[in-house]
Design a protein around this ligand. Structure first.
Ligand SMILES: O=C(O)C1=C[C@@H](OP(=O)(O)O)[C@@H](O)[C@H](O)C1
Ligand SMILES: C=C(OP(=O)(O)O)C(=O)O
Length: 494
């Protein structure tokens, strides 16, 4: 099956991306005519969809995911589990939202396959433990940049738990897991300071290890803690004994993983650029379906966005951000919310613009995000390079970014195949006419309908007509039309 790769573009001022002659045509970020007044429904959470796919594949019977995300990362996870023997079929919902998925676990997981991780951290960190439970070899590889994302702690931990893994010693993709149909499990130490996904990946499969798992983090910092809490939460919801007996330690007991029917929450991290737009432009943006309680880190936007000015209100399940277009500089330390950092830095770059009356903008410092150097690209280097490329004044810190007052001008914003770099370019382009994003198609990683939703937000009213799902379904692709055939082919119809 064809799954499009999204590339770095043709020039690479930082040297951190991949050069690809198939680079997509640049997308001119639209500039709004006036204040925003929009409702933006969003598709399912990437992190919840990935976890529930894994747990459904390892469960004690068939299960259903309602309105899961349909995107490149979700598709890669689906294909990975299918190729290990899981039955996954799509069932149209009839309300225009992304198809439900019916999942039938394999009687016996079988390897002898190759898994494409794309650029998805969740696939490369969550699926190898599943492959260790399969019979036969499973080869893993991914996009060129995926080979630079750290994997050593996962590979070493799996080996310590009894797995046989062949790699070239770099501690990265590609590698082959030689599964034997079972894994001993037990206590293991690992350093998760570069990614919480190292921990989540082990915990997700651990109920199926002979001895479960007891993971002990040895590093001096731990990023994205809410994502580990999400992992414990989804395990417990399926009857698995999972806890954190001490800070930096997690245990999962061996036992069955209950089959479930699960409704997937909207992706609150993907809400970030849309809600941020209300602050930048002025006006209001509402995201419907906001969960009353959630483990998604995107929920922290309710506290983070007001730091830039503006207001956040939750009315039932509708979260509204409103602003007057005057952004304040911020001092934020957000080790938990690295996933939101590109949007926060985008807002910081806009807060640094001169005011309409000619007074200078304000400085911002965002720290605690050193680990985002290991995301889809080195996001700290990439954000600083792109802000400077538009004439801005930004510097890298070891674990963050400082942005100082400066005007920005039109120019090419490189996405580095990174969906959140692409949406940050769109955000900056709201106030800086002539910003072009070189690879807006990279948004297909988690939000294939990004440009359609963005255009609607800029041009439409508050009508809930959009809630019929025509904009939410992953098959409503515009800029990412190149992955449509892959998505449809991959999910198939029941
Ligand atoms: O477990 C997950 O679903 C994720 C964990 C986080 O990874 P890091 O811990 O590497 O930041 C987050 O940034 C990523 O987008 C998704
Ligand atoms: C870091 C991210 O993705 P991944 O799951 O590939 O690590 C992200 O979506 O911001």
């Amino acid at each position: 099956m064809f799954i499009a790769k999204h590339s770095r573009g043709n020039d690479d001022p930082t040297g951190i991306g991949e050069v690809d002659d198939d680079a997509a045509v640049a997308w001119e970020a639209p500039v709004p005519d006036g204040a925003l007044d929009a409702t933006v429904p969003l598709p399912g959470s990437k992190s919840l969809t990935g976890r529930e796919l894994i747990l459904s594949a390892l469960a004690d019977g068939p299960g259903v995911l309602r309105a899961p995300l349909r995107s490149r990362d979700a598709e890669l996870m689906t294909e990975a589990l299918r190729s290990l023997g899981t039955g996954i079929t799509a069932e149209p919902r009839g309300d225009g939202r992304d198809d439900d998925l019916r999942i039938v676990p394999a009687t016996e997981l079988s390897g002898s396959t190759t898994i494409d991780c794309g650029l998805a951290g969740t696939v490369m960190r969550f699926v190898p433990p599943v492959a260790a439970l399969a019979l036969g070899p499973t080869a893993f590889d991914g996009d060129p940049y995926a080979r630079k994302r750290p994997m050593r702690p996962v590979l070493d931990a799996l080996r310590a738990l009894g797995a046989d893994i062949a790699d070239d010693g770099r501690g990265a993709l590609p590698f082959t897991v030689h599964g034997t149909g079972s894994l001993r499990g037990g206590r293991v130490e690992l350093d998760a300071s570069l990614s919480s996904q190292f921990v989540s990946g082990l915990l997700l499969s651990a109920a199926r290890f002979d001895e479960g798992v007891h993971v002990v983090h040895t590093g001096d910092r731990l990023p994205s803690v809410p994502h580990i809490e999400m992992t414990l939460d989804v395990l417990r919801a399926r009857g698995v004994e999972a806890d954190s007996p001490a800070p930096g330690e997690w245990r999962v007991a061996p036992g069955p993983i209950a089959a479930r029917e699960v409704e997937i929450e909207p992706d609150l991290s993907n809400a970030a650029p849309f809600l941020a737009a209300a602050l930048a432009v002025g006006g209001r943006v509402t995201v419907p379906g906001w969960p009353a309680s959630t483990t998604q880190v995107g929920d922290q936007l309710r506290e983070l966005l007001p730091a830039f000015g503006g207001e956040v209100s939750l009315d039932g399940d509708r979260l509204t951000v409103s602003g007057d277009g005057v952004l304040r500089g911020v001092e934020l330390h957000v080790p938990e919310a690295g996933e939101l950092a590109p949007t926060l830095v985008g807002l910081a770059a806009l807060a640094a613009l001169p005011r309409p009356d000619g007074t200078p903008g304000e400085s911002s410092t965002i720290t605690g995000i050193g680990h985002i150097r290991h995301h889809e690209t080195d996001r700290i280097a990439a954000l600083v390079a792109e802000i400077r490329g538009l004439g801005g004044d930004a510097d890298e810190l070891e674990d963050g970014i400082v942005v100082r007052p400066a005007a920005l001008h039109a120019g090419l914003w490189h996405a580095y195949a990174d969906h959140r770099m692409a949406t940050t370019g769109a955000l900056i382009g709201l106030l800086v006419p002539g910003v072009q994003v070189d690879d807006i198609g990279s948004t297909s990683k988690t939000l294939p309908q990004f440009t359609r939703l963005w255009d609607r937000m800029l041009g439409s009213g508050t009508s809930d007509e959009k809630l019929d799902g025509s904009d939410v379904a992953g098959n409503g692709l515009t800029a990412a039309a190149d992955i449509l055939s892959g998505l449809l082919g991959g999910f198939g119809r029941a």
